[in-house]
Design a protein around this ligand. Structure first.
Ligand code: ZN
Length: 282
């Protein structure tokens, strides 16, 4: 079984996680840019982070046989912070880079006017750069957040087939599907969606345009949730072709719209800009 995790924050994970993910079948992933768990105090903090997602993290992933791509954006949590607003003007010089397969994650956190502005501006950036967009939907007040998100997409120049609405659940899946966007589900250990609920959603809505991710970060999360959903699908009677569609072909089709997916893992190099993942050198 081969697995593509379309949303996972590897910068917060260990090399043991890369090893376990490879052993579970993960061969490709997309790491969206997000916040740090605490507010950034200047735009420069974003640029070092973007560079890490384009350089150091793909280097680390390749050591474990996993193809790494990223999405870059001013994230929803910080979109309303005036200290971070200059990031919007700097994004064009990052969005042209080969490792970037979408603008993201963008979207609403508290649904403020500043977030409206950042979302609209970044949907436009995606359209201008020929990239799809990964759109986070809010964890609070989910259905109102989904509706406002779909309205923002409709008002944008980006067609719905280039938009992935993420963090969906049973309350938002129907309207999200009716929007024509791709459907993303984040599977967590003890809150929000779990693998059995995911299987029920797949039974009700089918496998078309559905992506499943672990969204793992430094919070309570599990980087093997993609594999656990695959196993739960098989146990529930889905075929291995269904599993392949949800866990591989759908993410490849969605991010492939960027024209930049490189699924052959680059040969591992011993160092990135002079730094290795070994302790104390060879
Ligand atoms: Zn995320």
């Amino acid at each position: 079984m081969r697995i593509f995790d379309p949303h996972i924050h590897m910068t917060s994970r260990t090399t043991d996680d890369y090893l376990a993910m490879y052993d579970s079948g993960v061969r490709a992933l997309v790491e969206p840019s997000f916040w740090l768990g605490q507010p950034r105090t200047s735009p420069a903090s974003f640029y070092d982070y973007f560079d890490a997602l384009l350089g150091w993290e793909p280097f680390r992933a390749a050591q474990y046989g996993i193809a790494h791509h990223c999405t870059l954006a001013l994230n929803p949590k910080e979109a309303g912070d005036p200290r971070c607003a200059p990031v919007l003007d700097a994004l064009p010089r990052y969005l042209v880079k080969d490792g970037v397969v979408a603008v993201g994650e963008i979207g609403y956190d508290s649904m403020t006017p500043a977030e409206d502005h950042a979302l609209a501006a970044q949907l436009q950036l995606a359209a201008d750069h020929g990239l799809p967009a990964l759109v986070h939907t809010p964890h609070r007040d989910k259905l109102a957040g989904l509706r406002r998100t779909v309205d923002a997409v409709r008002e944008s120049a980006l067609p719905p087939e280039r938009v992935l609405l993420d963090h969906l659940n049973e309350t938002t899946v129907k309207e999200a599907r009716d929007s024509g966007c791709w459907l993303g589900f984040s599977i967590y250990p003890d809150t929000k969606m779990d693998e059995d609920r995911m299987v029920a959603v797949l039974r009700a809505y089918g496998t078309e345009k559905v992506l499943v991710n672990s969204a793992a970060d430094w919070g309570r999360s599990d980087p093997l949730k993609t594999r656990k959903v695959a196993d739960a699908m098989l146990a529930a009677g889905f075929t291995s072709a269904d599993v392949e569609q949800v866990l591989w072909a759908n993410p490849v089709a969605f991010y492939g719209q960027s024209g930049r997916l490189q699924l052959d893992v680059p040969a591992p190099r011993s160092a990135h800009e002079g730094n290795s993942i070994l302790r104390g050198g060879e």
